[in-house]
Ligand binder design. Structure first.
Ligand code: ADP
Ligand code: GLC
Length: 484
């Protein structure tokens, strides 16, 4: 039986993206649409979205709709499109007062209002379309108030009477906390008692916590991370609420959209390859070396990195280990990313200290990120925490050996290579310190010097299947259980 699923996401690839949430929101919607479900994906129409990139049309009856959020008045309109190569419907909430800003996320004082308004607008659109979702699937802090809104603000409305909610936590490190003085923006009136009282007394309101408390089910994006976030080490202050909802919490590893991320059909690559044509991967490596002005020969192992440069990603483990390894061993490095200045400086300095061997491209570059996946020999992800992580799974498909810390989705998707048995897909280390990363880098380089072992590990990784056909079905099972 087909389900009516309303998905809310602050990012949707290829329209808007800062990280994996965008990829997952799009790929899960595609999967659901292909499986015959009535999926409608809501996302803000940011100013940064190229409106000519996808055919969009205004939705009749949903233009210049007034929206009151607390004492604030907004007006929004709705445009619609479908995801490329899919029938999945996207509804874009166009509210220039909130989304007509240079970046997707801001540090503006009304940041919480931008996403409260978005969430409220999405529910208002369902009501105006007389569309009754069986599942309301919200993602991360931005839309985490949706379950409470349905229970408190839409209580008794037949349209939402059978709606059940799912919160997916992609990144518990971002909770969207705002000051309790903005309590009126929630418009809960007599239902204000539903808010988390200890937080209120401490002068704050935590959107993600309310998602955890009020969603009918909660997922995070890997089984290991579902266990981790219930601990003091990884719960980021929400562990008590998560433990309380333990029965409702599960982990579903993200899938990979192999229409976008596969060296057999990658639209950015001039030549395509598979496990039987790895010579082409070597040619792509030569091309990238030349393009970036590296002076290392093609035989020198090349490590890649594509990342938001945030403390989550474990960049500080590289501060000591990478210069050491570069000093003593034959290795090149291509890093792409942007974020916190201390990490950008580190990478920029590294490139200066090792000219011709290290290249740092600061910024966001989709095409280069695909080239790095294809052309490098190994890929670095020493994350402090990693709810799932997509790049290690992309790397496996591209025959680019992931070097990861054993946490969250990295632990669930990369198996440490054992030369004795020839099993395993990458290099995994446990401790969050630079010695452990240095060990991992040296282990990778030693294995690279043994072509038979290396090729075995590459082939093992390329044979892995993390497609949405497998992972998407797990969401459908939860939806069905919720919908009854
Ligand atoms: P996170 O969501 O925590 O950033 P993921 O590994 O789940 O981590 O997803 C990151 C996604 O964002 C990947 O698709 C990756 O290729 C992409 N990405 C991150 N930084 C950049 C960048 N600077 N340029 C291009 N793509 C990037
Ligand atoms: C996040 C996490 C990442 C995950 C992505 C998509 O931002 O940091 O690990 O893969 O969301 O779920």
């Amino acid at each position: 039986m087909s389900l009516r699923v309303c998905l809310l996401a602050a990012e949707v690839a290829p329209l808007s993206k800062t990280g994996g949430l965008a990829d997952v929101a799009a790929a899960l919607s595609r999967y659901l649409a292909a499986a015959g479900h009535d999926v409608r994906l809501f996302t803000p129409l940011y100013a940064s979205i190229d409106r000519s990139a996808l055919p969009m049309r205004s939705v009749d009856g949903l233009q210049e709709v007034p929206l009151q959020v607390g004492t604030h008045h907004y007006v929004f309109s709705v445009a619609t499109t479908t995801l490329p190569g899919s029938g999945a419907l996207v509804y874009l909430i166009d509210c220039p007062a909130l989304f007509g800003r240079p970046a997707i996320y801001t540090t503006d004082p009304d940041e919480h209002l931008r996403f409260l308004a978005f969430t409220r607008a999405a529910l208002a659109v369902c009501r105006r379309m007389l569309w009754s979702p069986q599942i309301l699937h919200c993602n991360d802090w931005h839309t985490a108030f949706a379950p409470l809104f349905v229970k408190a603000l839409h209580e008794g409305e037949p349209l939402f009477a059978r709606t059940r909610s799912l919160l997916t936590i992609h990144n518990i490190g971002y909770q969207g906390v705002f000051g309790a003085e903005a309590i009126a923006d929630l418009e809960l009136g007599p239902k204000t008692f539903l808010l988390h009282q200890d937080d209120l007394r401490a002068g704050k309101i935590n959107p993600l916590r309310h998602g955890i408390l009020f969603a009918d089910a909660i997922t995070t994006v890997s089984p290991t991370h579902a266990l981790e976030i219930c601990t003091d080490e990884y719960g980021m202050g929400l562990q008590d609420s998560l433990r309380m909802r333990g029965d409702a919490l599960t982990g579903i590893l993200n899938g990979v959209d192999y229409h976008v991320w596969d060296p057999r059909n990658d639209r950015y690559l001039p030549e395509h390859y598979d496990p039987d044509s790895l010579a082409i991967k070597a040619r792509l490596k030569s091309a990238l070396i030349e393009r970036l002005g590296l002076t290392t020969p093609v035989t020198t192992p090349l490590a890649g990195m594509v990342s938001r440069l945030a403390s989550q990603k474990g960049i500080e483990l590289m501060f000591d280990s990478l210069p050491q390894v570069l000093e003593w061993r034959d290795l090149g490095l291509v890093a792409l990313g942007s974020g916190e200045p201390k990490y950008e400086h580190f990478l920029a300095n590294l490139a200066q200290s090792f000219p011709g061997r290290v290249v740092f491209r600061r910024g966001y570059d989709d095409e280069l990120s695909h080239w790095i996946e294809a052309a490098c020999d190994m890929f670095l992800m020493p994350s402090r925490y990693e709810p799932c992580g997509l790049n290690q799974m992309y790397s496996l498909r591209y025959g680019t050996v992931p070097i990861v810390r054993r946490t969250g989705g990295l632990a669930d998707s990369v198996e440490h290579y054992d030369p004795e048995s020839g099993r395993g897909t990458g290099i995994a280390f446990n401790d969050f310190n630079s010695e452990a990363l240095e060990w991992a880098l040296n282990t990778a380089l030693d294995l690279h010097a043994e072509p038979a072992q290396w090729t075995q590990m590459v082939r093992n990784g390329m044979a892995k299947d993390f497609s949405w056909e497998k992972q998407g079905e797990k969401y459908v099972q939860i939806y069905r259980r919720l919908a009854g």
